[in-house]
Design a protein around this ligand. Sequence first.
Ligand code: T1G
Length: 703
Amino acid sequence: MSEVVSYELRENIGVILVNNPPVNALAQEVRLGILNAVNAAQEDASQAIVLACEGRTFIAGADITEFGKPPKDPGLPEVLTAIENSSKPVVAAIHGTALGGGFEVALACHYRCASPSAKVGLPEVKLGLLPGAGGTQRVPRITGVQAALDMITSGNPIRAVKANAMGLVDEVLADEDVVGGASEYTKGLIEAGAPLKRIRDITIDPSSLEPDFFDNARKQLARRARGQIAQDRIVSCLEAAVNLPIDEGLERERELFRELVVSPESAAMRHIFFAERQAAKIKDVAKDTPLRPIEKVAVIGGGTMGGGIAMCFANVGIPVVLLEINDEAIGRGMGIIRKNYTITVQKGKLAEDRMEERIGLISGTTSYDDIRDVDMVIEAVFENLDLKKEVFGKLDTVCKPGCILATNTSYQDVDAIAEATSRPKDVVGMHFFSPANVMKLLEVVRGAATADDVLATVMQIGKKIGKVCALSGVCYGFIGNRMLGGYGREAQMLLLDGCTPAQVDGALEAFGMAMGPLAMGDLAGLDVGYKARQARTDLPDDPKLYRMGTLLVEMGRHGQKTGTGFYKYDPETRKRMSDPEVEALIIEEAGKMDIEQREISNDEIIARCFYPLINEGAKILEEGIAQRASDIDVVYIYGYAFPVAKGGPMHYADSVGLKNVYDKICEYRDCYGEEYWQPAPLLKQLAEEGKSFAQWDAESGVA
Ligand code: T1G
């Protein structure tokens, strides 16, 4: 057959084994190997065929790296047709995660069995795609249209037992010996004279659906799409599955798949798929750097952040000691944790007993003596450098040698904190995003002395607790918050120039942001930004700078928590409403500053808010604070809800064209002054060279 696919007759069963590490992706040689093996099995003495995989998982999908390149035969549909038309039963033996094209291969088989820990899924939508090899036609024929819609538009994996209950898997094996179990299962099928069960032979009764089922599905999905289009095309495929014969349905599916695979949305989402995996790799730290074992952690500070951080570790079975200043604070911290878990249980996402197990892993203490044996400490006390230094001084005296000392600071100088200890190489930043038990981004901040094995360990433990990690150097605000400054500044400047809050936020939410910056300010509390600005000494002395935010705070309008901020809020629903009083105030303030208000387009709002952010990103790259432009994209997708269909700010800038971004920044510099609009040298250089940030990554050897 081939190096990546083997075939052998074992008694009366032909066994096809795929071996294409790391995830048995359906590269061209795998597709060819399976096709040749299935054809060979038609001629030999086998009475049935088992299709299984070596390594850690069944086929986890098409080879995503092949997209965007000329297709190579055999195409996946050809392979699936050979399987489905086999004269002998073909049994898929699933372990690990049968995903995307991998599960579509299994669906073309006549039977599917799976190990108890296996999962199946169609995650294509997370790449801006849809299952392009029959998934949208075969799944609804088994599960019904609603379950298929939920499965394919969420893209989430389904455990073997549930997949069995849904009919997607015919047998859950007794244990993880998937080839042995599958062979036994297949012998049983042969003895029972099991028929060639083909999903394509099932039809769906259109009357089983409400008349407006698909229209309602589209409307619901559109509300969450944020610029993504695949969900809508998946609905069209399911409509075809109901209304067309399967071969026409398969053709319709392939037609819509071809539309998506060349879409900018899918290119952006595939960019992020690889970017998040790249971000965990540190270019000057060896991949096989030995890791420090992390079996027990301590969290210093049981506030909102500390409680959320403690939950991250308890969720993966790592015991946590939560240290606070007194029993009352411990009680409060444990209360936050229990409340967070209760919400998850109420949403049906966690069983009550699992909640108690996790809470049982978190213990409280007021004594540093109780954290002498931990392997990692995450400090999450108030954002005050002196206080953090004091804490790290204590940690230095009590923690065992080799214990990793991490600070959750969002902008303090990690090097200054490290200097408060005798072991700066063990000190690192782990910047979680609030709420820490929900937000996926973890900025790993590398101090000047941070040891390589500390960084490698934090990257690994970050992934283990479900975070997407990105490395940052030490600077004010690290990557994400440092870039955010210009975004928030211009959102408020635009008000003085003639926009209403609703127009600014509306333009950015239409772009795909989950929430506009002014509404976000109201949510976080305008007084938070106000206080942070008061503490800064580096801000220009410009009366226009954050003028409206400052004025609203001084009027007592702090945002949602006071019922009014840039907007006013319904006390019951907390729904935001435009406030004529604020709009009049903006006009009045602009008048006082002799600013002539004007009509402003959404395009200008997008450019004035995102281009400073992109420009700062270019500075962060040239300073070496971030390793890659794609790391910056990862930070914004997972930490700031930047729309994944745009691929992150740097990928978006590439799609606009860096020359266009640069020229626009120069235009704004000439119009608004170079205080805020000074093009980054790297941006200027790439614009003049006609290059992209992606090319910079590639040429820097970090892509
Ligand atoms: N193609 C190419 N490379 C892949 C890959 C894929 N499908 N999946 C993973 N990799 C690489 C990944 O980049 C990394 O590389 C290494 O494998 C380990 O991955 C026709 C069109 C399977 C759950 O979307 O969800 O089928 O960094 O770090 O955490 O309708 O990988 O080591 O160089 O993620 O153990 C649909 C994507 C494709 C599944 C394993 N399938 N993969 O997670 O390892 S489209 C997917 C995953 C499709 C059909 C359609 C995860 C995983 P490197 P990893 P992991």
